[in-house]
Design a protein around this ligand. Structure first.
Ligand code: HEM
Length: 380
């Protein structure tokens, strides 16, 4: 999408699509404003009352504005501080090694299927106290929610299959919440059940919304970060060798992947008041798409933006958003990516992407990553 982003950034940085009525925002400074000025650019979605997905997420953190947003966020933020997340490192390493044990002798695998997909699902399911055997159902549900994510202007007719799988997800979480109410454990869902805001417990829709958000937000995004990293490292000659020789460089290299191939390419907002961006008036009530992917390649903020440069520093990308909604899971996503990629570098020597492999993108306008990354290495 990068040549398109460049064209839009230069010739129509604040662009209204006449067909949908949506505003598309492409420059870094504007994207940063739209993401962070929450009084003007609300996270509420007009579709909230209309579609099943909207109703599911209406009460959740990502679609609420302050002051409610601050209260909801404080309930879960403890679980996601860098310190709390660092404590998960040994478990994440163990899961990663288990997954790689299964494929290491083979010498060839699709690393999305073998590692990038299962790792974040297992981690988030364990945090939520979800039984291992239920995890397989998650993929279908979160794929469908991601496919349908977006404001009503861009949504296709509701697909009955997608509605059904959202229904199943709601049923599943209602049952999980009930089980935890009867028999609390040391998991996030039990913690949310015990939490109170001004003496009030969370409502059942808020609890279901939280579960669905954690499942979707914590899952495909991290899968795509790992997939995008494998493509970026393998596609830039010398990078894998350098990272093997200098493991300390890996966190910075992951930041460059987040900038260069942002797993979340765009976020939506609703103009809550009349606004102005780059001299263009945006009337209250209109919806906006802030193109994070375009902002992260804006030459006004990044030298040689089209170059993948693991030495880039500072690297103030917007891949995790900006302002009060800044990604709650970013410490976890960074840790999972670091552990997974480090294990690939040390355990799969001479790894390369299968030449000529057709690399399809996941089906979504806003989530960006490869469906498969077929690789081979020196088998043990
Ligand atoms: C919010 C990206 C991983 C949980 C966000 C936002 C972005 C983002 C751009 C801002 C949304 C907005 O401004 O409207 C990513 C990327 C990830 C990732 C690129 C992986 C590479 C995770 C993980 C979790 C998570 C692992 C949890 C386990 C959340 C939550 C929010 C959020 C709960 C809402 C925060 C709020 O509204 O206050 N993420 N995310 N994310 N993310 Fe992530």
């Amino acid at each position: 999408p990068y040549p398109f982003y460049e064209q839009m950034r230069e010739s129509a940085p604040v662009f209204r699509d006449e067909q949908t009525g949506l505003w598309h925002i492409f420059r870094y400074d504007d994207v940063e404003r739209v993401l962070s000025e929450h009084a003007t650019f609300s996270s509420r979605q007009r579709q909230d009352e209309q579609s099943e997905t909207g109703r599911l997420f209406a009460a959740s953190l990502v679609n609420t504005d302050p002051p409610r947003h601050r209260q909801l966020r404080s309930l879960v933020s403890q679980a996601f501080t860098p310190r709390a997340v660092d404590a998960l490192a040994p478990r994440i390493e163990a899961i990663t090694n288990d997954l790689l044990d299964r494929i290491a002798p083979a010498g060839t695998a699709d690393l999305v299927e073998a590692l990038a997909y299962p790792l974040p699902v297992i981690v988030i399911a364990e945090l939520m106290g979800i039984p291992a055997e239920d995890r397989d159902r998650f993929k279908k549900w979160s794929d469908n929610v991601i496919k349908a994510a977006g404001p009503d202007e861009v949504l296709a007719e509701d697909d009955p299959g997608e509605e059904a799988s959202r229904g199943e997800m709601v049923e599943y979480f209602l049952a999980l919440i009930e089980r935890r109410r009867q028999d609390p454990g040391h998991d996030l869902v039990s913690a949310l059940l015990g939490a109170e805001i001004d003496g009030q417990q969370l409502t059942v829709p808020e609890l279901v919304g939280f579960c669905a958000l954690l499942l979707v937000a914590g899952n495909e995004t991290t899968t795509n970060l790992i997939g995008n990293a494998l493509l970026s490292f393998a596609g830039n000659p010398g990078t894998l060798e350098r990272l093997r020789a200098e493991p300390g460089l890996l966190p910075q290299a992951i930041e460059e992947v987040l900038r260069y191939r942002s797993p979340v390419q765009a976020m939506y907002r609703l103009a809550a008041a009349d606004a102005e961006l780059d001299g263009t008036a945006i009337p209250a009530g209109d919806s906006l798409v802030a193109w994070i992917g375009a902002a992260n390649h804006d030459p006004r903020h990044f030298e040689r933006p089209e170059e993948f440069d693991v030495d880039r520093s500072p690297n103030r990308h917007l891949a995790f958003g900006h302002g009060v909604h800044f990604c709650l899971g970013s410490p976890l996503a960074r840790l999972e990516a670091r552990i997974a990629l480090q294990a690939v570098l040390t355990r799969l020597p001479g790894i390369a992407v299968v030449p000529g492999a057709a690399l399809e993108r996941v089906d979504s306008t806003i989530v960006f990553g490869p469906k498969q990354v077929p690789v081979f290495w020196q088998a043990t």
